[in-house]
Design a protein around this ligand. Structure first.
Ligand code: ADP
Length: 401
């Protein structure tokens, strides 16, 4: 089945056309600056033809029409008619407490998605525009929503209810939801295939480390805890996000700096993390370069990150009463071997024998075993593939129609 995977942002729309039967990507691209001047970059993956153009895209519907046009084009397209695009799968960041698995789009689903707007205003608004864009440009093509929060819906209550009056949870749904669930789900499943155990007995910690980072505890194939919380601001320090801190710091800084709630929120999301501590950049590569040039604050930023991840590994091992494997994935987790080595230092107590050489000589884009063959706990780098999960969930739901 040919499935168009769509990841709609507020002013962008990323897409991939998957052939799920052959498990290959036929084309992919990005519509950027939607609502402004507009730019499309499209790449056909069969013969490698690319197309780049600056075309005005006033909204997501026009952007989707342009995507369809590219996919049908004689030179850089990959299908002959619209009928060959059999389904659309959307990446949705927040499904609130309404969605615990992927679903086929209908009016009721769209109404529930509207109710998630409060929880992730920028993302949800963009997703709805992307969905409406596809409904307009491809009427009649079935659409499926795949939620980043769904994988975390198996968390038990003590892992997701906060220590505040219970009415806050009942009235406003203030609870831990987590994020990056599609990535955690994919790498956990790939890791479990490599473990010599029945799924029900496996205990895995997945570390999705990118611009945004989160760690999950996956017991018996199901998520039992995750580091992101009510919003993706919680957990470990990130590119520009502060991660966990004493909540009393929030009113303290607001008062000292004269911030409004919106300004404080923007401060915690955009000025903190690696950027705030290092004063150099939010990008891990720049921070690493600064460390090489002797910048101590850059070193501190990375030391904080490595230390926090190590603590999550410790606490999740306790929560699961054991550990079979740790997985590193996403931009930093897949590429930054020095951070992986920092995290894995002095972890022998847990039964981890980290293989420094394998870590240094890892192969990009492939599954790498980073622990010694006799290590009780395995350490893997597994490249994530959220689009593949979205395409296969979409295929499953649409095939059953
Ligand atoms: P997002 O959360 O936006 O999807 P990514 O998963 O693409 O982010 O991760 C972006 C992060 O990955 C950046 O901090 C970047 O520096 C880091 N990264 C990418 N490639 C490398 C590399 N070769 N070495 C170190 N860090 C890298």
């Amino acid at each position: 089945m040919n499935v168009l995977v769509v990841n709609a942002g507020s002013s962008s729309l990323k897409y991939q056309l998957f052939d799920t039967t052959r498990n290959v990507v036929l084309a992919k691209g990005l519509c950027d600056r939607i609502g402004l001047d507009g730019k499309i970059t499209h790449k056909q993956l069969i013969n490698g033809n690319t197309y780049e153009a600056e075309i005005s895209m006033p909204n997501h519907a026009e952007a989707t029409k342009l995507v369809v046009k590219c996919l049908l084009d004689d030179n850089y397209g990959c299908v002959k008619s619209m009928n060959e695009i059999e389904a659309v799968g959307h990446r949705i960041v927040h499904g609130g407490a309404y969605f615990s698995e992927s679903v086929l789009l209908n009016d009721d689903v769209l109404a529930k998605l509207e109710l998630c707007r409060d929880l992730a205003p920028l993302h949800t608004g963009a997703h709805i525009m992307g969905i409406q864009g596809c409904l307009e440009a491809m009427p009649g093509t079935p659409q499926v929503l795949v939620f980043d929060t769904a994988f975390h819906s198996t968390m038990p209550k003590p892992a997701y209810v906060y220590g505040i009056p219970y009415e806050m949870y009942e009235k406003y749904q203030v609870r831990r939801y987590g994020a990056h669930g599609t990535s955690h789900r994919y790498v956990a499943a790939e890791c479990i295939k490599l473990l010599d155990k029945p799924v029900e007995e496996t205990k895995v910690i997945t570390c999705h480390l990118g611009n945004g980072s989160s760690i999950s505890a996956v017991k018996g194939g199901k998520c039992i805890d995750t580091s992101m919380g009510f919003t993706p601001l919680a957990g470990v320090v990130m590119g520009t996000r502060c991660g966990d801190m004493d909540p009393a710091i929030v009113p303290f800084i607001m008062e000292k700096e004269g911030f409004t709630p919106d300004e404080m929120n923007a401060f915690m999301n955009k000025k903190c993390g690696l950027l705030g501590v290092s004063g150099v950049s939010s990008d891990c590569r720049d921070v690493n370069d600064a460390i090489d040039n002797g910048n101590e604050r850059a070193k501190l930023a990375i030391d904080i990150l490595a230390y926090q991840i190590k603590k999550y590994i410790g606490s999740y091992t306790a929560a699961m009463n054991g550990l079979d494997a740790i997985v590193f994935t996403a931009g930093i987790g897949e590429n930054n071997d020095s951070l992986r080595a920092d995290i894995m230092k002095d972890m022998e107590f847990f039964g981890i024998k980290f293989d420094e050489e394998a870590n240094k000589n890892f192969k990009r884009g492939e599954v790498n075993l980073l622990s010694a063959p006799d290590s009780k706990v395995k350490v893997y780098m597994i490249p994530t593939n959220e689009e593949l999960v979205i395409a296969s969930d979409t295929e499953k739901l649409v095939s059953a129609l």
